[in-house]
Design a protein around this ligand. Structure first.
Ligand SMILES: [Zn+2]
Length: 284
């Protein structure tokens, strides 16, 4: 056994790859090319096995596809965020359709409603949210949803557009609708409704914040099989790095907090959520 201790043995055991950062933005335009390369190397040296680089407009969607083709551990999600829906066009829809043909593009997102910032007129947000749900249905692809201060309307639109319909569920081998409410910020009560519909909920850094009882209750309420862990990097940095730039490897702290709440070990949470994300995105 050449790995046995001896003069040629490696100094460190190879890092065990047990985490899936199901929602991150290596494609974020606040990062320079150089910073992205450094982060990619850090991911390779960490416990993170996979990431999903999530598009939020056309350039970031293209970049996510580029990253997915460059890094074997990276998958891409393409779509137009509600913040930028005022700039969405028919050409953009066609381009999303074309991009989705790439085998490493695994979902449409992040799409939805954001009535907190209202950076696009609400009618534009609603219109392109609906159109992109229809596209995902047509392409039989998972949907990554961004919903902020628009809980009820967001759910209503998803239901109206068939995101939880039996027809859609039949598109997937496991018979679930493959809808992820990323960075879920609603109540525990409301999370039960999403759970009943078959959605999975994304949990990130804010779970670790001291006064965030609400998200702790959500984690207590929803079975672990329906949770995805994510960073939403470079935003929402978990404790103990809060205040600094977020990175994919910090998804570990989200898993640790879930373990504490659910009475599981960190390794159990890592393994279960890794499998949840693989199943959600259809990655073998
Ligand atoms: Zn995001």
């Amino acid at each position: 056994m050449f790995l046995e201790a001896g003069p040629c043995a490696p100094l460190f055991e190879p890092m065990e790859k047990i985490l899936f950062d199901s929602h991150t933005h290596l494609n974020n335009d606040t990062l320079t090319e150089e910073e992205r390369a450094v982060q990619a190397q850090e991911i390779e040296d960490s416990q993170v096995k996979y990431i999903c680089d999530i598009g939020f407009d056309m350039p970031s969607s293209r970049l996510a596809v580029e990253h997915a083709n460059k890094y074997p551990w990276c998958y891409a999600v393409v779509g137009m965020h509600p913040h930028d829906s005022k700039d969405m066009t028919e050409e953009g829809m066609e381009e999303l359709r074309r991009m989705s043909e790439d085998p490493k593009v695994v979902a449409i997102g992040e799409i939805g409603l954001d009535f907190h910032y209202d950076l696009s007129p609400r009618d534009d947000q609603r219109y392109w949210f609906r159109r992109q749900i229809r596209l995902a249905n047509e392409l039989a692809m998972p949907i990554v949803v961004h919903s902020r201060e628009a809980d009820r309307e967001c759910m209503d639109i998803l239901i109206e557009e068939g995101a939880f319909s039996d027809e859609r569920k039949k598109l997937f081998a496991d018979g679930t609708p493959h809808v992820d409410i990323h960075c879920y910020s609603g109540s525990a009560e409301f999370s039960k409704e999403y759970h009943k519909l078959g959605a999975v909920l994304g949990v990130d850094g804010p779970l670790t914040y001291k006064n965030n009882r609400k998200t702790v209750e959500v984690v207590e309420t929803v079975p672990i099989e329906s949770l995805l862990i994510e960073t939403d990097a470079p935003y929402l940095t978990p404790v103990p790095f809060r205040g600094k730039q977020n990175k994919s490897q910090y998804v570990e702290y989200v898993a640790r907090k879930i373990a504490e709440i659910k009475g599981l070990t960190y390794e159990e949470v890592a393994e279960i959520t890794l499998n949840n994300a693989k199943k959600f995105y259809g990655i073998d």
